[in-house]
Design a protein around this ligand. Structure first.
Ligand SMILES: [Zn+2]
Length: 363
C-alpha cells in the first residue's frame, strides 16, 4: 500500500513539474506574445467580402485565447488546472487522514470530485449526445445506410456505456484516472464498450459545449471505421467518407500509413467529424438566445482543449491530425459551424466531406 501511495505521490510530483514547465513555456512563447488582442479578432475593424475577418482564420479565433475561456453555459480551464486541483484534493485528504488505506483515500477523493452535481452534468450531456448521434445516423437517407446497416451502427451506439464513479470499483483497474484529465472510449477483451471520464476533467470542463464535443468524440469511437472493421463489418458510406477525408488531407496519407494501425489518423478524424455534427446541433439550439460573441465563445469552448498543445511539447501527430487540421479543417470548415459563426464557406475549399462524398473531381 505504501509503495502504491509513494508511486502516486511521485507521479503527482512529476505532473506538477511538467505543468509548471508548460505554464512557463506558454507564458514566454513568441506565438502568444505576437497574438493580437482578442477584441480585434471578435470585432474586426476591417470587414472583407461581407464577412468578419476571423472567418479567414478560425484557428486563431479559437486558439489565440489563453487561460480560462467562458461562454453563457460555463467555463473551460486549461487542462493542467484540473490535474493540479485534483492532486491538491488528493494530497489534502492524505494529510488529514494519515491512518487511512488506499481504498479509504480513493473513496473520499471520488466523494469530493465526482459529486452529485458534477456527475449529473456529465450524465445529462452524455444522454443528450448519445441521442443526437442516434438521430444523426437514423436520419441518413437510404442511399447512405440501408436498414440493416443502420441497425448495426445504432446497436453499437446503444451498447456503449458511460462509467462514472462512485463506486470506486468502476476504475479499479486504473485508479490514477481519478485525478487525470482524460476522457476515453475503450472496448474490453470481452467486447464491452465503455466511456470513462477522469476526475480532473470534471473539475475544469463546465461548459455544456465542451462536454458535448468531448463526449460526442468519444462516443463516435464506438462506431468509427476501425471499430466497425474489427467487428467484421463494412459500409460503403464509410469508404466514401474516408476517401474524401484522405483526399482533403484531413487524414495524413504518408508512405508507411497502414489503415487502422497505430500510425493512422482515420479513427480520430472520424470521431472529430461526428463530434462536429453533434456540436453544431448543440450550438444551433442556443443560436437564437445567444449573441454573436456568445456563439463564438461557445464554439471556441467546444474545441478549446484541442489547441492546448504547446509547439515545444511533443504531441501525437501519428494517430491525431495536427491541432490546426482538427480545428480549422474539420471543425471550422463545417458548413453549419460556419453559418453559426456568420461566415460563408471558404472559396478555395470544395464542399465538406459527407457520407455521400464522391472522390472524383466533383469534390
Ligand atoms: Zn479519439
Amino acid at each position: 500500500m505504501l509503495q502504491t501511495l509513494r508511486f502516486r505521490f511521485l507521479l503527482g510530483a512529476v505532473i506538477l513539474c511538467i505543468s509548471v514547465v508548460q505554464i512557463f513555456r506558454k507564458s514566454f512563447h513568441p506565438a502568444f506574445l505576437e497574438k493580437p488582442a482578442e477584441a480585434d479578432v471578435l470585432h474586426p475593424p476591417v470587414i472583407r467580402e461581407y464577412q468578419p475577418k476571423y472567418c479567414d482564420n478560425v484557428y486563431q479565433l479559437f486558439c489565440q485565447k489563453r487561460g480560462v475561456s467562458q461562454d453563457p453555459t460555463g467555463f473551460v480551464h486549461p487542462d493542467i488546472d484540473g490535474e493540479m486541483q485534483a492532486l491538491k484534493i488528493y494530497k489534502d485528504i492524505i494529510r488529514q487522514h494519515r491512518d487511512w488505506n488506499v481504498e479509504q483515500i480513493d473513496e473520499e477523493l471520488v466523494h469530493q470530485i465526482f459529486n452529485p452535481k458534477r456527475r449529473e452534468q456529465v450524465l445529462t450531456a452524455a444522454r443528450w449526445v448519445k441521442r443526437q448521434i442516434e438521430n444523426f445516423i437514423s436520419r441518413q437517407p437510404r442511399s447512405v445506410f440501408n436498414a440493416q446497416e443502420k441497425r448495426q451502427i445504432l446497436s453499437r451506439i446503444r451498447k456503449t456505456e458511460l462509467e462514472l464513479p462512485p463506486p470506486i470499483s468502476l476504475y479499479a483497474d486504473e485508479p490514477d484516472l481519478f485525478t487525470r484529465n482524460e476522457v476515453y472510449y475503450q472496448r474490453t477483451l470481452d467486447g464491452k464498450m465503455r466511456l470513462r471520464v477522469g476526475g480532473a476533467f470534471l473539475l475544469i470542463a463546465k461548459s455544456w459545449f465542451n462536454l458535448v464535443f468531448t463526449l460526442a468524440h468519444e462516443w463516435a469511437h464506438s462506431i468509427d471505421p476501425c471499430e466497425i472493421r474489427s467487428a467484421h463489418l463494412s459500409f460503403p458510406a464509410y469508404d466514401r467518407l474516408t476517401a474524401c477525408l484522405l483526399q482533403r488531407g484531413l487524414i495524413i496519407s504518408h508512405k508507411t500509413r497502414s489503415e487502422c494501425q497505430e500510425n493512422d489518423q482515420l479513427s480520430e478524424t472520424f470521431a472529430d467529424w461526428i463530434a462536429v455534427q453533434i456540436t453544431a446541433d448543440a450550438l444551433a439550439s442556443f443560436s437564437t438566445e445567444f449573441q454573436t460573441d456568445q456563439i463564438i465563445n461557445a464554439a471556441r469552448n467546444s474545441v478549446r482543449d484541442l489547441c492546448e498543445q504547446d509547439e515545444d511539447i511533443e504531441i501525437d501527430t501519428l494517430s491525431y491530425p495536427a491541432p490546426r487540421v482538427r480545428i480549422e479543417g474539420i471543425f471550422g470548415n463545417n458548413p453549419h459551424i460556419r453559418h453559426l459563426l456568420g461566415c460563408t464557406l471558404p472559396k478555395k475549399e470544395p464542399s465538406y466531406c459527407t457520407f455521400e462524398s464522391k472522390t472524383t473531381g466533383s469534390l
